[in-house]
Design a protein around this ligand. Sequence first.
Ligand code: B12
Ligand SMILES: Nc1nc2c(ncn2[C@@H]2O[C@H](COP(=O)(O)OP(=O)(O)O)[C@@H](O)[C@H]2O)c(=O)[nH]1
Ligand SMILES: [Mg+2]
Length: 433
Amino acid sequence: MIRRKIRFLTAIKRGDGHDVAIDIVNRVTKNYKDHGIEVIYLGENQSIDNIVNSAIQEDAALIGLSSKNGGHIGFCRELLKLLKAKGANYIDLVIGGGNTINPIKDEQILMGMGVKKVFYPGPLNAAPEFIYTNYHNDILEEELSLDSYAKKIHEGDIKTIAKFITILENKALAEQERQAKWLKLSRDVVITNKIDLDDKLSAELIRIDKYINRVNGCIKQLEPKQGYVTGLTGKGGSGKSTLTDLLAQFYLSDQDNQHKKIAILAVDPTYTKSGGALLGDRIRMSYPDIFDSNILERVFMRSMATRGCPGGIAQAINDSVYVLKSAGYDSIFIETAGIGQGDDAITKIVNTSVFIMTPEYGDQINLIKNTMLYDADIVVMNQMDKLDAKLALTVIKRELHGLNDNIIGTNCTKNMRDKGISLLYQKIKELRH
Ligand code: B12
Ligand SMILES: Nc1nc2c(ncn2[C@@H]2O[C@H](COP(=O)(O)OP(=O)(O)O)[C@@H](O)[C@H]2O)c(=O)[nH]1
Ligand SMILES: [Mg+2]
């Protein structure tokens, strides 16, 4: 049995700034021991459009809304209506918010319109218990009807792309499980000198192989088109997501890209004990607020957890890029999870790699130990608004003198007005051609 990871998208509704409750829910849920719930957090003040579009792209099993200042009935009604209109009513909706949702009158109306559960103050594990009980099934038991997938992916169908990326992530779990089982078996052989492949184990291995082969069969039907992959990496908090958002804004505003599509794959770490993750890169994305729906149709974003894969990436990332290229995405940005000194896995899977630094890199020795500094195609000193940033940029330029000229200082507080970010966008474009 391989337990599916549950993707739970949480958000606070438009006009509501109470974030304490959802913060608690996010923390408890991702930490719920051994249950592997992946929380995708959108943040506060979220529109129905953005919640629904994000839930579809993230292939969330359910949306968890937090509401503290009234209006929950109308908001839920419209949200469910939009999910249905987009053919995405396979995504469930739950809501919480003690003291403002009337437990008798409101709950009856909410449940009547299709909300799956209303949460009130009480035991903190109520949400993860509910999710685990209702959504946690065996990947190998899932019915895989992949027949029309390749066709729909080639047509650029968002729901199919999103669902297939989930299947690719599940395939990665199956591959990990298969490897672990064979490894244990070969260790046992060394110790006992005999192969003990009992019926149960071989049946399980056959099931796993069957699953992997079915998914690979679908991948083989895909025909990837041209697509350029840029990887952004750096330590946690360096500004990877903020820069990705701004690069996406430059891309969407660029006259050269009028009908082209852009995809973002954003990786965040998995907690080993719980198997869960807090996927929080969407909070930094302001492009959904800036562009209208015609333009937003050209953007796809997916958050991924590392799920045990080293180097700040996810095992399913190569397959996912392949799918996105097959769906006609012209430019694909990968944001890694925060990395350490020797993590350069991203360089092997992208066309252009960007290493994002901040002035707080330590001293000269820490600097030269950092493999990405020498391996990246472009080095960025972000947070140029900070004290010492100019000096840090000079030190980096000196260190890379004769090795790499592509060193750029950026300041995200200036948004698209920042010359450095504009230069970074142009540099990526230049390296592509
Ligand atoms: C703390 C608080 C604030 C803080 C918020 C801090 C923060 N960062 O969140 C501050 C002071 C900033 C604030 C501001 C305001 N507040 Co206020 N606030 C509260 C208060 C006292 C507690 C809310 C809270 O955090 N509770 C603690 C959490 C942990 O409990 P909980 O929400 O019940 O959540 C639990 C469960 O319900 C469940 N849950 C909750 N959500 C979800 C979601 C999911 C998916 C799941 C699974 C579970 C779940 O899990 C949680 C843990 O068990 C409430 C009164 C109340 N008793 O609720 C008023 C209250 C919500 N606020 C109110 C108001 C009016 C305001 C302001 C408009 C005040 C003003 N005039 O400026 C502003 C608006 C702010 C904004 N931009 O939206 C009113 C709302 C009335 C209404 N119906 O509209 C209330 C009810 C107070 C009142 N009686 O007048 N507020
Ligand atoms: N002062 C300053 N803060 C920034 C800059 N770029 C990003 N930030 C902030 O740094 C924090 C981490 O940014 P984020 O993009 O999430 O970093 P990530 O973990 O690398 O993806 C957020 O609060 C950003 O608003 C910058 O140029 N200057
Ligand atoms: Mg990030």
